[in-house]
Design a protein around this ligand. Sequence first.
Ligand SMILES: Cc1ncc(COP(=O)(O)O)c(C=O)c1O
Length: 408
Amino acid sequence: MSEPGDWSEGIEHTRRERSAAIRTGLTRLGRPERGFVNPSVVRGSTVTFRTLDEFDRSLKVDLKDGPYTYGLLDTPTERALAGALASLDGAEGAVLVGSGLAAVGVALMAFLSHGDHLLMVDSCYGPSRILCDGLLKRYGVETSYYDPRVGQDGRPGIETLFRENTRLVFMESPGSVTFEMQDVPAITAACRERGIATAIDNTWATPLGFRPIEHGVDVVVHALTKYVAGHSDVMLGGLTARTRAIWDKVKFTAMDLGHGASPDDAWLALRGMRTLGVRLESQERSGLQLARWLQTRPEVKRVLHPALPEDPGHAIFRRDFDHACGTFGVLLHEVERDALARMLEGMRLFEMGYSWGGFESLIIPQHPLSERTAAPFEETGTLLRISVGLEHPEHLARDLADGLDRLS
Ligand SMILES: Cc1ncc(COP(=O)(O)O)c(C=O)c1O
């Protein structure tokens, strides 16, 4: 395998320094002030009050930093993780919910009401789309999908799609199936001019790769289930907010819907966060090594990975991102189902599983063609998504090479 090359060569020094600062920060965030270096797991529903005054005040406490009132709203363990996540994102605060998809739902419902119009990126996570076309539609919110590359390479900008009642533009960059990069600063600038809110699913990049709030995004959605928790043992979602007013909106929406997060899962996610830097570094490096090697294989038509200089989204990636992760797409020349089954069922290390971002390598077929409406993915072939884990890249390459050999 050839070396991946360092895509970040020539990137200005301050960005490197910031990455280094974040990496060190991961060891400090969410710690108790003294004593043990980790918060304890506080499981609980009931919080008792000593006086009637205290009880009365509990109805008006500051839900973000005030005294605890009820387990669903907050516990010390969740507050430790939420504080750490907010700090990584440069946000005013974070809200935790039970899954990444729940976080997508809360972001949408926080900003949208009956009669409103939503602009959702066409390359979004599939269940986000199902939510828009199903539940949101039933509640009177209209969704239009837009090309992830809106405003790029001569395409008209996002403002051409605004309607009188457009209230939110939702982004995901890169998309976790087809990996198109979005011009986030251009989109947020256009939205700000019209007072339209913006949200982004930043699961792929994590706060180490991209900090959307610095680029004007109002709410950042994280499926903490993936890289942040990192060990495939947690379902958890997080939202970070650019301002306190936005945090209130998000928190009250989550409360209205009865969302909370398990303190055990929050604790596991904070534990995962400690090693996020080293895991991402390893997964990014191994992923790029494999991506480069896959480009040399005759079965491969194209590798979809924005950190590769050949990728159509690379200029934006290089401009805005500090890191990639280990998840990318591989478009094979069309293969028959039987051959694909031989390839995938015979893998020794790569297993088929829906998630990504864990310690274990995964590979699954993807079918973006059936879903897209604004910018259909028209390239022919068989698309696979690979999530590179922490195994040695040479072992992973051997597994993939044998798998590709089984196609013929
Ligand atoms: C981009 C993206 N966002 C959100 C989610 C949802 O996360 P969760 O599985 O925690 O609900 C996923 C899950 O695969 C995802 O890929």
